[in-house]
Design a protein around this ligand. Structure first.
Ligand SMILES: *[C@@H]1O[C@H](CO)[C@@H](O)[C@H](O)[C@H]1NC(C)=O
Ligand SMILES: *[C@@H]1O[C@H](CO)[C@@H](O)[C@H](O)[C@H]1NC(C)=O
Ligand SMILES: *[C@@H]1O[C@H](CO)[C@@H](O)[C@H](O)[C@H]1NC(C)=O
Ligand SMILES: *[C@@H]1O[C@H](CO)[C@@H](O)[C@H](O)[C@H]1NC(C)=O
Ligand SMILES: *[C@@H]1O[C@H](CO)[C@@H](O)[C@H](O)[C@H]1NC(C)=O
Length: 518
């Protein structure tokens, strides 16, 4: 995970055409999960003949490390791998955000590239921001005074949907961290809504003010508006790493685009030695094991690692395990002959190989998309953020088995592997969802390029903004209207009962009167 650091100026080789635009792309956190979804867009724009300035990392190694240190520290708190997936941990990520944001902004506002851009006289037509915790870049949007686009490498976050005026869909769309599916009962909807609204206000009241303070302190921009205002004013398109065949459905405005699978395509052939190993597996085929870039295998407790190895030893399949430091393991215990540890896997190309039977993964969004695209069923051991909900959806759709780190045993793992390998139901469901994922009018990249150019052609396309962007949250939920109606209802009830009692009382008096006269 090296941060490549510099300001890249791509000058396209194609002829300059009247429709070539100048686009500034800001993605200073250059870790894999932050850029994997963005890079195909950069490449696609360059190939279309646009002039692209792409900030793909913080400048000096030390400064890059400052940000990385926090990441490492966070994951290092969880040396016991099983603790990683305890319910408290995701909260730690969330409650840590103001501090992380502060360190990140400080690093960013010291970076020479940031200042180079701040002082730049260059004219651009559009800015694209990588969307995950990248709000510290928003002062640049204000400086250039240009429409901007968010590219989000996973599901939408509620504060992004709110900023762009798209429905928040708390009734049918589970939050990223939610344990629920899309069909929720009363209490689940209550939880979903409270956590969604809570997240929006947390972002607005706890995180964004940190950026406001640091921007005021470090940047000396005259009359710099609040970050929240800049975002709401200039944001014109939200591109999500989701796919209609794969993810829960979500009602959105036209300026929320789904482009999941943008980096997928036909597999390339494997290096010779790998091809030989995979092809050597015969009819049994192969299994891929990878827990992503964040989860270090060195953090696996010894018994869990042994559990995996002893289970794999019982299989006729070959097993390719992404293992970032093979030195570490080879001294500890023998590796079964059908298992190959590799510090890096050409994961998508392997999944596209006809011999692949199963993918054991942590359930990151890119891993699931690659598996679905190449039609390989899954066993998912999710750890944090959106992985549990990805796992749940995949299991509910019948093409994956979800297991838990806390009670993993040889038998549970072995049985799950056997189910996937022998029960055709998983392969059939996977085939179906794979078809759904590929059945699209145009490729995700074509869609994204079209919309980016559309936003430029129509100067931000303000006609596509919903009026919801001008409403506050309680207005968007019609809380004010409902409160009014409830009050009117109560008043009417009150008046009605008074009148009724009055008339009733009067009737009785009349009756009494009648009795008396009798
Ligand atoms: C980041 O880690 C390096 C060593 O890995 C250390 O030298 C440096 O001081 C750390 N930076 C911060 C800000 O903690
Ligand atoms: C994790 O923390 C322990 C002690 O808290 C330390 O000894 C170790 O070097 C850390 N590992 C990394 C990768 O930072
Ligand atoms: C794979 O193995 C079979 C024999 O098992 C062989 O005929 C074939 O040529 C091999 N394919 C490649 C690409 O090596
Ligand atoms: C493992 O633990 C999870 C909760 O952590 C539970 O939902 C699941 O049923 C357990 N599985 C088994 C086989 O005990
Ligand atoms: C195959 O998997 C499906 C879905 O999990 C399950 O309903 C079915 O009972 C399984 N069949 C066998 C023979 O295990």
């Amino acid at each position: 995970m090296v941060l490549n650091v510099f300001l890249l100026l791509f000058l396209s080789t194609t002829e300059f055409s009247a429709s070539a635009h100048r686009i500034l792309i800001l993605s200073p956190i250059a870790t894999y999960s932050h850029t994997n979804f963005l890079k195909p867009v950069v490449k696609g724009l360059v190939e279309r003949g646009h002039f692209v300035t792409y900030w793909n990392g913080l400048v000096t190694e030390n400064q890059a490390k400052d940000f990385l240190n926090q990441t490492t520290d966070f994951y290092n708190q969880t040396t016991n791998f099983r603790l990683l997936y305890s319910p408290e941990k995701p909260n730690n990520v969330i409650f840590d955000l103001p501090k992380r944001m502060e360190r990140y902004c400080r690093t960013l506002y010291r970076d020479p590239v940031f200042h180079q851009l701040m002082d730049s006289q260059e004219k651009y037509d559009l800015i694209i921001l990588e969307a995950a915790i990248n709000d510290c870049c928003l002062p640049l949007v204000y400086k250039f005074d240009l429409p901007f686009i968010y590219i989000m490498g996973s599901m939408p976050l509620p504060w992004h949907l709110d900023a762009i005026g798209s429905p928040l869909a708390f009734d049918h769309y589970p939050q990223v961290s939610s344990p629920f599916a899309d069909e929720m009962n009363f209490w689940q909807r209550t939880y979903n809504m409270l956590s969604g609204i809570g997240a929006i206000y947390y972002w607005r009241w706890m995180v964004m003010p940190v950026i406001d303070r640091l921007a005021a302190e470090k940047l000396h921009i005259k009359n710099l508006p609040k970050i929240e205002k800049i975002e709401k004013h200039y944001l014109n398109l939200l591109i999500l790493n989701t796919n209609m065949g794969l993810n829960y459905q979500l009602a959105t405005t036209p300026v929320v685009i789904q482009a999941g699978g943008i980096n997928l395509g036909p597999p390339k052939s494997l290096p010779d030695d790998l091809e030989k190993f995979v092809n050597g597996s015969g009819d049994a085929g192969c299994i891929i094991v990878s827990f992503g870039t964040y989860i270090k295998n060195s953090a696996l407790p010894d018994d869990v690692r042994r559990l995996f190895l002893s289970t794999f030893a019982r299989l006729p399949q070959c097993v390719l395990w992404k293992w970032e430091d093979d030195k570490n393991i080879k001294h500890i215990e023998p590796i079964p002959s059908n298992v190959k540890l590799m510090s890096w896997l050409p994961q998508a190309d392997l999944l596209g190989h006809p011999k692949m039977r199963l993918f054991i993964t942590h359930g990151g969004v890119n891993s699931i998309q690659e598996a679905v695209y190449h039609n390989v069923p899954l066993i998912i051991l999710p750890v944090l953020v959106d992985q549990p909900i990805n796992a749940k959806k995949a299991q509910d759709d019948g093409y994956a088995i979800r297991l838990h780190w806390d009670n993993l045993t040889d038998d549970i793992l072995f049985n799950a592997i056997q189910q996937i390998l022998t029960n055709s139901s998983y392969a059939k469901k996977m085939e179906r969802v794979s078809e759904l994922m590929r059945d699209q009018m145009e490729t995700p990249l074509e869609r994204v390029i079209y919309w980016i150019e559309y936003i430029i052609r129509h100067e931000g396309a303000p006609h596509l903004r919903t009026a919801a962007r001008k409403l506050s949250l309680h207005q968007r939920f019609l809380f004010d209207v409902m409160l009014f109606l409830v009050i009117v209802g109560i008043l009417m009830f009150y008046v009605f009962t008074r009148v009724f009692l009055y008339l009733n009382g009067k009737g009785r008096i009349e009756k009494c009167d009648l009795k008396k006269t009798n």
